[in-house]
Design a protein around this ligand. Sequence first.
Ligand code: PRP
Length: 534
Amino acid sequence: MSDKILAPGSHDEFGETLVQKQQICHVISTTLNAKNFTAINTPLIERESVFEQYQQGNVFHLRDQVGENLVLRPDLTLPIARFLSSKVQQEKTHQFYYIGDVFRRTNYLSGEYNQETQAGIELIGDASFNAEMAALDIMLDFAQQFGIADVQVVISDTRLIDRVLNTLDISKIEQAALKQAIEDKNMTAFDKIQRTIKNFPENLKRWPLAFGEDGETVMWQLQDLPEVNDIVERWLQLAAFIHERYPDVAVTVDLAASSPQAYYTGTIIRGFVPSLGRYLFSGGRYDSLLENFQNQQLPAVGMGLNIDTIMADWRREAVDHKPVEPIVVVLAKGRVEQATRPLLKSAGIDTTPLDNPERKLIFDSPDGIYRFILVKPEDVVKYLDRGIGDIGIVGSDTIAEQIQNHFDVLDLQTGQANFVLAAPRHFNIAGLQRQRIATKYPRVAGQYFAKRGEDVELIKLSGSVELGPLTGLADAIIDITQTGNTLRENNLVIYDTVGRVSTHLLVRQGALLQFQSELKQVIDNLITRLSQKK
Ligand code: PRP
């Protein structure tokens, strides 16, 4: 076969799909031109330094003829900040809009695209709350123009978590750990720390899940807290504005949201389409962005519109008439699935079809609420990240090797095992030769040896890792052990315990909003069951 084929992660656009995209871009530019926004098109190739402060390691690098480090732009807001940083551009208030492609390296062979068309607006120079309202107004107007019926506005604030945590009598380390757990919606980690804190406020005990209806309940309880009442006041203002101008649009708050980008400084506003489980728009205030390019502060509000979501909505209307989608549970088949099934059942998920799976891989629960898919452990996250699965159930050993774009909500405490360093007797890590370590878990192993300052050669195997030292392929292994039988039978001894392993419940980010009440109920039931087991 010819090698003149597409690179992984890229695709051609042509025909009807491209025409649709052109139509969408036409509506965006016509609307914003009429509103006196200035169109801006920045180069595809920029200096690396424009992005380096916020770059997340997923950028395509290039080098020019004199050795300067360049990148394919991964974002469109930072180039506009770069543009504005020249004094000439800053003389008056600006309203910009852009439509262009951004490039991000994706996980190899993940099926994700590395190029995406983004459209968005930037309102520069307006420090008042009018800028947030104006930006939101434009986005909701687009939702109407594009015929997207079920947009839900989710409001949050990048300052909220810190402000509330500051009112508690806890250390900086506890604060940072709690914040991380809240933003990751990791109930297990949150609970563990929260339990150690005396007089932790009752109304914040489910903080990672404080969004939607629960978020509003907590918001009302926090309303009078002086540290946050300006934030709540703004949320109420925004909600009143939406109700008045767009009475059909639902508004909700998220008290556990993380900042979409590190440069956000205040209100975050997102437009979620529950029936698609994805965002239509997202943005907020970032008043300090320009400080990174010059010494001066410049208030700014920006919002991006997701063209792919509009296209997904149009596509769905053409082909899909199913009123209610089931919640898709992706289970790692084998040990994980078998050990977790009783727990899921006790949490109210009807797993009966899994009792006699035969060779089938996809099953619907009798009540039609859940669909189960059985996959190899390594593929669970792929189904979640590609938007197919809503809940994932898989061992933390597998999760540790993969990029996390989902919420790791609960440790289900089943499938417990240990990551260990094991080898034949007389193994000496400090031997003169560089030691060869066989493992299915190169990331976990790499982190372990890096932390210990030991330089080893890792050998990735797909299974039967114990064979490594027995055949001379490796000197030792990093693997999981549960009963210890496999190690014993192969004359290997444990030299160190690297970490704990257990089955976790993952949730796709969009699914948590899409199936709010069902999933919160399941999570609550699981927490209750797990605490009874202790
Ligand atoms: C895992 C692990 C060990 C074994 C440990 O392998 O890699 O080989 O289980 O379990 P034990 O301590 O209870 O004996 P798995 O069964 O997943 O198969 P694999 O070796 O093909 O990866």
